[in-house]
Design a protein around this ligand. Structure first.
Ligand code: SF4
Ligand code: SF4
Length: 109
């Protein structure tokens, strides 16, 4: 069976946090438990200040195993309006990543 993961494209992230909310609702996470967290990074360039939003998965991300078993996309992928995320076999994600700058693949196991 192929190893699956999430491809996250940082350039398109608007910092809306919908992925965090969708993940928490899907898993009924309470308190500080989150499957994904969007970080805000401000850097000062020579001519302007840049703000980057970096979604990072945590140890509690199970790639929405139950949802995916039922044929659905992971909650974060479905609810990201900016289509920053893609779910699928790591080999397929790596191919897509070749055309996407500033991106990363998360594959828990
Ligand atoms: S794949 Fe599922 S568990 Fe992982 S971050 Fe996205 S919504 Fe959360
Ligand atoms: S839902 Fe998409 S655009 Fe919004 S913070 Fe998450 S990854 Fe970024």
């Amino acid at each position: 069976m192929p190893r699956n993961g999430l491809l996250i494209q940082y350039d398109w992230c608007t910092g809306c946090h919908a992925c965090e909310v969708a993940c928490k609702q899907e898993h009924n996470f309470t308190g500080g438990m989150v499957g994904i967290k969007v970080h805000e990074l401000v850097t000062v360039g020579p001519d302007k200040v840049h703000t980057d939003f970096i979604p990072v998965t945590t140890r509690f991300c199970d790639l929405c195993a139950e949802r995916v078993k039922g044929g659905e996309q992971p909650a974060c992928v479905k609810h990201c309006q900016a289509t920053c995320m893609m779910y699928g076999p790591v080999a397929t994600l790596a191919k897509a990543m070749e055309k996407q700058p500033r991106s990363s693949i998360y594959a828990p196991k």
